[in-house]
Design a protein around this ligand. Structure first.
Ligand SMILES: [Zn+2]
Length: 105
């Protein structure tokens, strides 16, 4: 398959380190209706998203004061909770990407 020639690849910045990368390479976070941060693995959930590098360093920082501040900023203060489950899923995704032979059902 030949990739289409694109002039513009959508870029997003990691909310933790501000590094820019193509959207698809970053991990997307969204809020559910209760203000919980969810991991939008396939980047298909509608609504405002926040992006984070697929790197342990950045994901770990989501739980720091800095991360908390950045999440509140990205979601305009509507964040109520960052569930451990969300982080676990993100870390599992990073690990499967790093492994390089992830099975995608
Ligand atoms: Zn980052």
């Amino acid at each position: 398959m030949f990739p289409k020639r694109k002039r513009h690849v959508p870029q997003r910045s990691c909310i933790i380190c501000n590094k820019k990368a193509p959207k698809q390479q970053l991990l997307r976070l969204v809020l559910d209706e209760k203000g919980r941060v969810l991991f939008d693995e396939r980047q298909r959930i509608l609504g405002r998203g926040a992006y984070v590098c697929p790197a342990h360093a950045c994901v770990a920082k989501l739980f720091t004061k800095h991360g908390d501040k950045r999440l509140r900023w990205a979601f305009k203060g509507r964040v109520r909770e960052l569930p451990q489950k969300t982080i676990d899923r993100i870390l599992a995704t990073i690990e499967s990407r790093e492994g390089g032979n992830a099975t995608d059902e």
